[in-house]
Design a protein around this ligand. Structure first.
Ligand code: UD1
Ligand code: CA
Length: 454
């Protein structure tokens, strides 16, 4: 049976005090509305419909790569009115799930069970009991405890205000009912809005059962209205990530000081010190240790790699047993073979570093291919850019590059070659050759220093 998911994202979010539409504010590095879409996508056979209004252009641009339809709600006349905008895109024979672009952390499993309820011809409503229900719609139940309606805070009498079971807003139902009931909504209420919530009483009056379902945690249904709430959800989300990692065999120096902004897959017996940030898609093998203040983005880290403090790895592949840092920077296209080393203040970009090769200190390696067992001395620079083009530096197996050498690309240094410290290499050095390309040292005995003119 077809599943249509309607995501409301038309509100202004004025309490964010932002020029960015609320649903585009990021949680764990990803716009809130994309969290909702990514979970909704896990429902098989689902089509996604996004209702946009405030900042519609920005929202549509941010979701340009998503397979979803957009419906403009030019004026915000209430949640019922918002859902009505998407009706032309809905398939009457299926079910519809209503979600919110500013409620980012409801897991797909909750959607799944609500959709199943709707597929049985019933209405599924996600509710939660809150110690402080202020502001939310209250769930009205009958004498036999059936859900029979929702009363908004502003329309509620004191007795109803005392109810602590509230509406999260998330509901699912057969689409045929939705299409039948939406036109019957009236705005005759305290806010003069078309309330989606009024559908619940319509269902009850029509003898259609309303099943309340509940999230595992309040955070799963919490909406974001201001930046404090966004930060609160971010911390909860990150704590879930930390718990997941620890359950998978990772030691975290402090579970409150790790942020996962994307997907992090980790082997066993990994130790992560404080202030670790993982972004994008990161795979870390077993036995890896990560020092404090490291950032790893879109990278694959092999087994038993040691990453020392303050290292930054982006778009790199680091094979087993490598040692990185402290203060190393691996940029996109860095590819380190097993047992290689990139030490302090070393920057590597688009370069292969062969097995066991060492680049230990204060060096820039860009657009290069380095063989096995090479030693790149402190302060070596591959001069890869002439201001217009990038060129390649090739260094053979077991080459030894003396400190403070400049390798002006395109250039090749053969296997087993040695470069004298301070050389500027502009042409090919053959295998096993020594190349010294620097001013020759002259010593002048008895040198008189200049004296100051009177
Ligand atoms: C709504 C529910 C309330 C529930 C609460 C949970 C209604 C009438 N009330 O109240 O029962 O407890 O959510 O947070 O549904 N939106 C639009 N277009 C509109 C109006 C709203 O897209 O015309 C979007 C908003 O951007 C927001 C969401 O719908 O994401 C909820 O709207 P809001 O006005 O905040 O509803 P509440 O008053 O909080
Ligand atoms: Ca709200």
């Amino acid at each position: 049976m077809s599943i249509d998911v309607v995501i409301l994202a038309a509100g202004q979010g004025s309490r964010m005090k932002s020029s960015l539409p609320k649903v585009l504010h990021k949680l764990a590095g990803k716009p809130m509305v994309l969290h909702v879409i990514d979970q909704a996508k896990q429902l098989a056979n689902s089509s996604i419909h996004v209702v946009v209004g405030h900042g519609a252009d920005q929202v549509e641009a941010a979701l340009a790569n998503e397979e979803c339809g957009f419906y403009l709600q030019a004026e915000q006349k209430g949640t019922g009115h918002a859902v009505a905008q998407a009706v032309p895109g809905l398939r009457a024979e299926g079910v519809t799930l209503v979600l919110y672009g500013d409620v980012p952390l409801t897991p797909a499993s909750v959607f799944e069970s609500m959709v199943q309820t709707a597929q049985q011809g019933k209405v599924a409503l996600l509710t939660v009991k809150l110690d402080d229900p202020t502001g939310y719609g209250r769930i009205i139940r009958s004498a036999v405890n059936d859900v029979v309606g929702i009363v908004e805070q502003k329309d509620a009498n004191p007795e109803q205000l005392a109810i602590t079971e509230v509406n999260t807003g998330i509901m699912a139902m057969p689409t045929s009912h939705l299409i039948e009931w939406l036109p019957q909504l009236s705005s005759n209420n305290a806010q003069g809005e078309y309330y989606l919530t009024d559908l619940i009483a319509m269902a009850a009056n029509a003898g259609i059962s309303v099943q309340a379902q509940h999230p595992e945690s309040e955070y799963e249904v919490q909406g974001v209205n201001n930046r404090r709430q966004l930060a609160e959800l971010e911390r909860w989300y990150q704590l879930q990530q930390a718990n997941r990692l620890m359950d998978a065999g990772v030691t975290l120096a402090d579970p409150t000081r790790i942020d996962v902004r994307g997907e992090l897959v980790v082997g066993s017996d990994v130790e992560i010190d404080i202030n670790f940030i993982a972004e994008g898609s990161v795979k870390i093998g077993s036995g890896v240790t990560i020092g404090p203040n490291c950032v790893i983005k879109d990278a694959v880290i092999g087994d038993n790699v040691e990453i020392l403090a303050n290292s930054h790895i982006d778009g790199a592949s680091v094979a087993a047993g490598c040692q990185i840092g402290p203060y190393a920077r691996l940029r996109p296209g860095s590819d380190l073979a097993a047992g290689a080393k990139a030490g302090n203040f070393v920057e590597i970009k688009k370069a292969k570093i062969g097995e066991g090769s060492k680049v230990n200190h204060l060096t820039y390696i860009g657009d290069a291919v380095i063989g096995k067992g090479a030693n790149i001395g402190a302060g070596t620079i591959t001069c890869n850019y002439d201001g217009v083009n990038k060129s390649l530096t090739e260094i053979g197996d077991n080459a030894f590059i003396g400190s403070n050498s400049s390798l002006v690309a395109p250039v090749k240094v053969g296997a087993g070659a040695t470069i004298g410290a301070g050389s500027t290499i502009t042409s090919e050095v053959g295998d096993e050759e020594l190349s010294v390309a620097r001013g020759k040292q002259r010593n002048i005995a008895g040198w008189q220093r200049p004296v100051k003119k009177s």
